[in-house]
Ligand binder design. Sequence first.
Ligand code: SF4
Length: 382
Amino acid sequence: MAVRDQDVGQKQLPLIEERPHQENTPESPDSVMVSLAGAMTLGLEKGKFARDEIVLRGLNVLMTYKENCSANCSYCGVSRERRVPREKTTFIRVKWPVVKVEELINRTNTEKHQMRRLCVGMLANPKSFGHSLDVIRRFKKDTNLLISGLITASLIKSREDLQRIKDSGADRVDIAIDAATEELFEKHRGRPVRGPHRWDHFWWVTEEATKVYEPGTVGIHLVAGLGETEQELLAACQKAQDMGVVTHLFSFNPEPSTLLGDHPQPSLGHYRRCQLGVYLMNVMGKSIKEFRFNSAGQVVDFGADREEFDRVVNSGLPFMTSGCPDETGQTACNRPYGNGRPSEPMRNFPFVPTRQDVEDIWSQLWSSWEGDDHAVNQGSLG
Ligand code: SF4
């Protein structure tokens, strides 16, 4: 069993052993991992959402292999070297049961639910590309869900590959870039963690996707909390926006036994300002040029007048889960508790935040200052 030393952050990270391969485990394309929320909604797992307002609108599935993903991203629950047995694998800190595709399709058609979209996620294993096309085709043929392809860009070699995803039945694609800068991308997903991913290639695939897909139907994923400043994250969002690509935002959530298992979540102030900045760019058409940052790269001014600013924050909409929409344009991929435990403050709201939630958001929005300059008491609940 290989043992090695890693330094992917400021501090030395623990020794990592390669996880034992799990034989006799169901694999894709016959089976997929399904999010706990999806499994609960389809009656495959027991459980209740912690808030009554939560209704799952999107079904998230991931390819699954006995050797896990062949990449080794420092933050990821299915990374190659994570030291947990297959049956204890979590992804974004919750269980993802392995389920036969046939059973998922049957339950999608027979259980009562309000899910409108399926997201089919690849792993970096080369066979994962073909397997995800297979899963997309089967759901397209046998269910009425809209379908998104969540692309591992390292598997995409040409524009034709993207066309094949579209031809299989996915009307949208997202590219999981995750890290906001080239340096962080390399550190968390590239050579230092013995991973295959390359920053330039992920952005090339993003741009190619815009040539295959309709305007507004390509997205990227960014994860806040991997060491970026707010300015850096919003610059990556702007880069995508300039290509006509939207950003779907996630908050880093440490998975035990991964390289970043002891790394803290980003502060709520950092995350709220990133959410608001992304919303102002993607939905309100603002540019990063209108924002002002302090010396720590934190947003101190979003460049909106007071009335507009209060209205946007009080709507709660910027703090809802950003994800692919249903037929009406409402977010379908609402991922309850994808970014934290039920006992923790909610980072992405899978429903329109209540007045109490908005009150909490105001107290978080202008907090966690590090730079020489910070915004004070901007805005109000009204
Ligand atoms: S490529 Fe995706 S699934 Fe694989 S380790 Fe990286 S983040 Fe996880």
